[in-house]
Unconditional design. Structure first.
Ligand SMILES: [Mg+2]
Length: 216
């Protein structure tokens, strides 16, 4: 965990979902592999060829700009519209095959929701996020879910992040963004005056109630 900033008053916590509220490397891998496999089918090449091309593109992007690029924006560079990416994810993401109810997460969210409004800002479509939260047993804690289809733009982007804050009724400077990728989940919130906490999966999220109380 890396705590970049915590506001004096935390009115709202905006969570990334994947690899933040759960830790499951197989599901994370499938969310990369299944759309790349679909792209390979549309291009008539092998998965391995397509995967290598995608990885090379993302690597060169990072080398040139010093930051990572989302898979949705990568697919856009390969000619796949955001609308098509959303359809693929709705069809190909099956969290119920990988995840299950997480009682420790529920206990954590009970504690956090008693003090702050909780929202989700994810690069998956809202329907996939709802399904994922439902499998984790955590859907009831999140009155606000902003997804790839909410503003039709991929992370990092100001509009969906500020939309999440507004829907939670919180000024940006009273929000904290929690996520597992600095370039996509933390850098932009910090630039907008929000707090930011970089986590390495669910085990770090379990510690948040204590961290927000000032524990090291
Ligand atoms: Mg994530």
């Amino acid at each position: 965990m890396n705590v970049f900033r915590i506001p004096g008053t935390v009115a709202a916590i905006i969570f990334d979902l994947d690899n933040t509220l759960y830790t499951n490397s197989d599901y994370i891998a499938s969310q990369h592999e299944s759309p790349v496999r679909r792209l390979a089918e549309t291009r008539g090449c092998s998965f391995d060829e397509m995967d290598a091309e995608i990885r090379a593109f993302r690597k060169s992007w990072t080398a040139a700009r010093g930051e990572t690029i989302s898979l949705a924006n990568t697919l856009a560079a390969f000619g796949i519209s955001l609308e098509e990416t959303i359809r693929w994810r709705e069809e190909l993401c099956h969290p119920e095959q990988f995840l299950s109810a997480d009682r420790e997460l529920v206990r954590t969210l009970e504690a956090l929701s008693a003090r702050s409004a909780l929202g989700i800002y994810t690069n998956n479509p809202v329907s996939v996020a709802r399904k994922t939260l439902s499998v984790l047993g955590a859907e009831s804690f999140f009155p606000v879910i902003v997804g790839l289809d909410t503003c039709a733009v991929s992370k990092p982007a100001r509009e969906p992040l500020l939309r999440a804050a507004a829907l939670l009724g919180a000024e940006p400077e009273t929000c904290v963004s929690v996520g597992d990728r600095y370039d996509l989940d933390i850098a932009l919130p910090l630039s907008l005056g929000m707090g930011g906490i970089l986590v390495d999966g669910a085990a770090d999220v379990y510690r948040l109630p204590f961290v927000l109380d000032g524990a090291p």
